[in-house]
Each structure stands twice: as C-alpha cells, then as structure tokens.
Design a protein around this ligand. Structure first.
Ligand code: MRU
Length: 353
C-alpha cells in the first residue's frame, strides 16, 4: 500500500485529508476536510467509507470540532463542543459501529483527561484529542496487519476467493480487513484468483476492490453480483471472505447488502465463509443481528449511477445498504487477536476477553 486513505495534516489546528473514493477508479483526488460539516458530508456520501475508516475519520473529526473553541474559553465549554461534535458526526451513518465506538472513546478519554487536570486549558484538551485520534489510527493500522497474518492461511495457493464490497486499504487506515489476508498471502508468493463482486448500487467491488488488488499485482476478476452462485456451482470459489460493519454478541454480522445472499450460497455449496474484522467492529451491547440498525439509502442510488439513468424516473426502489449474515453460516471470524471458529455468544465473549 503506497497511499493513505486518510491522513491528518499538521497539529491540532490542521485538517483531515481523504482519498475521495467517489471518484475512483477514474480519478485519484485528495479531499480536504477542514470542519465537521465537510467530514459529515464526506462520510454520508461515501467519499470516505468502510467501517474502520469511518471510525478513524470521525475521531479526527472531533479535533476539527474543537477548532471552533477559542483558546480563552472554559474547559466546560470545550467539553460541550466536543460532545456536540460527537453527536453530529455519529448521525452521518447508522450501521458501522466503529463510528460510535471511536467517538465514544474520544469523548470518554477527553472527559477523563479534563477531570484529572485542573490546570487544563483548551489548547491542551485539543492536543489530547488529536493524540487520541492518532492512537485510534495507529491501532487500526496494526489491527489490519494482524488480521492479515491471522487470516492468510485461509488463502491457499491456486484458490479462487470471492469477496464483496471493499474491505481493503480504502476501507481502513491500514491494509484492510478482508483484503489483508490476501495481501499477506501474496507477499508470501502464493498465487490465487480473486473474484470481486461489483457490489451494486455503488460498485465498491468493481471500482475500489478491483483497483486495489490490481495495483498490488493480485489476480482479480470483477463479476456482477448475480454471478456468484454459478461460479460456486462450477467449483471456481474455494472461500468467501468479506469485512463487517457490526458484529453482534452472538456473531451475527452486518456487512454490505448482498453478503447475506453469499453466505447462503456458500453454505449450499459447502464453501467456507469468513468474516475479517477488528475488535472495534463488535457490538457486545446487542445480542443478535436483528438489533443492528440497517441504513436505508437514497432511491436515486438505484435509479441512477454515475449520472446515467438505470431505472425509470420515480419508480419505487428499495435500497438497504447492509444485511445481516447469521453466525451459523459463518465458518470463522478473523480478528487481530486470532480466529473465532464457528462463532457463538460464548466463543465471541471468550475471544474478546
Ligand atoms: O457502504 P460502505 O462502502 O461503507 O460499506 C462497506 C462495507 O460493507 C465493508 O465491507 C465494511 O465496512 C468493512 S470495511 C473494512
């Protein structure tokens, strides 16, 4: 990986630079977010996307929010603005728990920091928040690397691997989740064939996964979402591996719409189905997948793409952005800590300690 999906530029007065994923693969353009409003829009419109990348970006977004506070204002006012920024950013998208996880972590740590130091001023609080955002970013990079090391054994030489959406470097601060084991296996000299579902309606698989794998020198073929079953039937798929947006306490996993169908197809063809995700993607506050909020996105995403009409104007549309794969159809969840085989409430709890 020789690009940064997201990067904070400068000190606490700086800004967040993102690769604008709406324009890939045609254009590689960096987008500067200099206030929380710009970042909110970037998250909402998928300029930055993928659960871990959304979480890390939001943590930096709190620093942007803190820039509104004057240095001579009270620390209470600083914490108030911080909480407002967190609330605002958390409303950008509902499904990926990493967003809420990162914001909650920054807010809690900042409050502890301010409570423990009577002499704290706004500048110190701002610096602290930036430091915490940098830690979240660095931890994400490390988690991705470990997921790769823990998962590469599932990518056998000569295998056909199916993935959905994009869970690569573009979706994280590091080298990705589902794609990370592929990068590791490739670095070890193993050759394999990846099939990337194009992932309608926004084509993250065709536009982003194919771009990332291609530039890494990994063999990739883009397929339309409705082709996966037939490829499985023909024996071309040896494993499916995807990322996750939220994993419930029992292992039920929300990921990009279409993942659920793949899990059923994989079960029907006795193909192992893996989820790769960092521990920041688990939400132990909910028991099972039925409680995961599923984002419903604008109808225009289905009626049009890239400025072209793909369905009649005004036709009714369903556009859920995610679905939930049942734990019983997941062979294993690969995290930075290791592998949860056949996830259950007990094994997930044991794994996360
Ligand atoms: O709507 P998106 O593009 O943000 O959806 C992304 C996914 O579903 C990814 O698979 C998931 O966030 C994991 S990214 C490491």
């Amino acid at each position: 990986m020789v690009f940064h999906t997201l990067k904070w530029i400068g000190d606490a007065g700086g800004f967040l630079e993102l690769v604008d994923q709406r324009l890939l693969p045609g254009k590689f353009v960096r987008l500067e977010c200099r206030d929380t409003g710009q970042l909110y829009e970037a998250i909402r419109t998928l300029a930055v996307r993928g659960a871990p990348a959304i979480g890390v970006s939001a943590a930096y977004g709190v620093v942007l929010g803190m820039q509104k506070v004057e240095s001579n204002e009270s620390i209470e006012r600083g914490l108030e603005v911080l909480a407002e920024s967190c609330e605002f950013l958390s409303s950008a998208r509902p499904t990926a728990v990493n967003l809420f996880w990162a914001l909650e972590r920054v807010r809690t740590k900042a409050e502890e920091f301010a409570a423990g130091r009577r002499e704290t001023d706004i500048a110190a609080l701002r610096d602290f928040v930036l430091k915490e955002a940098h830690s979240i970013c660095a931890e994400d990079v490390e988690m991705c690397r470990r997921i790769g090391r823990n998962g590469e054994k599932f990518i056998k030489a000569g295998a056909g691997i199916l993935t959905h959406c994009n869970a690569g470097a573009l979706a994280t601060a590091g080298q990705g989740t589902a794609l990370s084991p592929m990068f590791e296996a490739h670095a070890k000299g193993r050759e394999f064939q990846v099939y990337a579902d194009e992932t309608r309606p926004l084509l993250q698989g065709a536009r982003l996964t194919a771009w990332e794998l291609g530039r890494a020198g990994i063999k990739v073929a883009v397929i339309c979402d409705d082709m996966a079953g037939w490829l499985m039937k023909q024996g071309k798929i040896d494993a499916v591996i995807t990322g996750a947006d939220r994993i419930a306490a029992n292992g039920d996993t929300a990921n990009k719409i279409g993942t659920y169908s793949l899990s059923i197809l994989a079960a029907r063809h006795s193909i192992p189905f893996y989820i790769a995700a960092p521990s920041s993607t688990f939400d132990l506050s909910i028991k099972s997948g039925g409680e995961i909020p599923i984002e419903e996105r604008a109808a225009e995403e289905v009626r049009r793409f890239g400025g072209s009409q793909t369905a009649p104007d005004g036709v009714d549309v369903c556009n859920p952005a995610f679905d939930v794969t049942e734990a019983r159809d997941i062979t294993a969840i690969i995290t930075e800590r290791g592998v949860i085989e056949k996830p259950t409430t007990q094994s997930v709890r044991r794994h996360l300690g």
